[in-house]
Design a protein around this ligand. Structure first.
Ligand code: SAH
Length: 349
């Protein structure tokens, strides 16, 4: 397996590169590293947005407490299990249960849900429920949860604190939590947003290095998309050439560099990319390093209430259309739909 070496100054050069011919070299490099390390299989993870209640004031997120008028929902266990069975019928290997940081989903309620999914289906279960206390993470791991997703959003501590205020009386240290999640035996997923107001090129280079340091199994990268109900709707970024633009192109560069730095990680072509480029965002992500797609299985009535950013891709599609569309797109690229759970090869190494 060829070792990919790329240092800080090279990362910075690529992030600043805008010449299409030279960028084509980066895309080919990332695509080769992807093929040699995780192959042509594209694994599908069914995403179920189980609740949009949230206890947090994240300045970027459309389901945070900043969205005061937003109607809130919490799916019933039976509704969630219907979606889970749909994932089995579609042949997916994983379901991802995601929500706001909703303490109305109790430790035991989630644990019971995970146990049922694990008893009744062969699926891997990924949780993405925010910064829950360690007892919760332990209980859910004991119940059989396989993976946990928690993006650290940015490695710049000051920027992070400014967009992600802690709960009263607590600190928010996602890097620390990610290390604990790993010790608990979960596959660990994290990631960042690209183009947060105030985010610099060196921040972004450090983000990519942090992915490697954390030895992540899954890495999600998406452009920041301002949501009108949030403080970041008004651009508070720098008027300088240090500010990273929140563009599709920048997201591809980070995706490609991440593949080169973390060759065996599972990297999704994210919905945020598909949102900025509805025609071919998913395909370009898959061609530039990604090997995972997360089709949305949330019932459409709830989906419209889970707009973490505006105009989210697939929001009005039903599950069948979403599934059929994705399959066509993947096979048209000459890639295969992955069989089985698509466990982390990084973990298996
Ligand atoms: N409550 C969970 C799940 C949040 S949604 C958690 O905090 O982990 C999952 C991801 O969506 C977030 O981690 C963030 O990176 C991304 N996201 C949220 N708001 C966004 C926005 N306005 N633009 C782009 N991505 C956003």
């Amino acid at each position: 397996m060829p070792v990919s070496k790329i240092d800080r100054s090279e990362i910075l050069n690529w992030l600043r590169e805008n010449d299409e011919t030279r960028l084509a070299v980066l895309w080919r490099w990332a695509d080769r590293v992807r093929r040699e390390n995780v192959g042509d299989d594209v694994h599908l993870r069914g995403l179920i947005e189980i609740s949009n209640y949230c206890a947090r004031h994240c300045a970027y997120c459309g389901i945070s407490l900043h969205s005061r008028e937003l109607a809130r929902y919490r799916m019933a266990a039976e509704e969630i299990l219907d979606c889970v069975r749909q994932a089995v019928d579609f042949g997916y290997g994983t379901v991802v249960l995601q929500s706001g940081e909703d303490y109305g989903c109790s430790t035991e309620w989630i644990a019971a849900l995970v146990r049922r999914i694990k008893n009744e289906t062969p699926l891997a279960v990924t949780l993405s429920l925010g910064e829950r206390p360690e007892e919760d993470l332990m209980a859910w791991r004991d119940a059989g949860a396989d993976r946990y997703l928690l993006r650290f959003e940015t490695s710049n501590r000051r920027l992070y604190e400014s967009i992600h205020p802690p709960l009263a009386g607590r600190v928010s240290d996602r890097i620390f939590i990610l290390k604990r999640i790993k010790q608990l035996g979960y596959e660990v997923g994290s990631g960042v947003m690209i183009g947060i107001p105030g985010q610099t090129y060196s921040d972004l280079a450090r983000d990519i290095e942090t992915f490697k340091e954390l030895d992540l199994d899954m890495i999600g990268i998406g452009p920041f998309i301002p949501h009108p109900n949030t403080p970041l709707a008004v651009d508070t970024g720098m008027v300088s050439d240090q500010q990273v633009p929140a563009t599709e192109l920048m997201a591809y560069k980070v995706l490609a560099l991440t593949r080169i730095m973390c060759p065996r990680a599972n990297i999704p072509s994210t919905t945020a990319l598909a949102t900025l480029n509805k025609v071919e965002g998913r395909e370009l992500g898959l061609a530039r390093g990604a090997n995972i797609v997360m089709p949305n299985l949330t019932p459409p009535a709830y989906r419209i209430l889970y707009e973490i950013y505006p105009d989210k891709a697939c929001i009005y599609e039903d599950r069948e259309d979403c599934d059929t569309g994705l399959r066509g797109r993947i096979t048209a690229l000459g890639r295969r739909i992955g069989a089985g759970r698509g466990d982390s090869l990084n973990r298996a190494k």
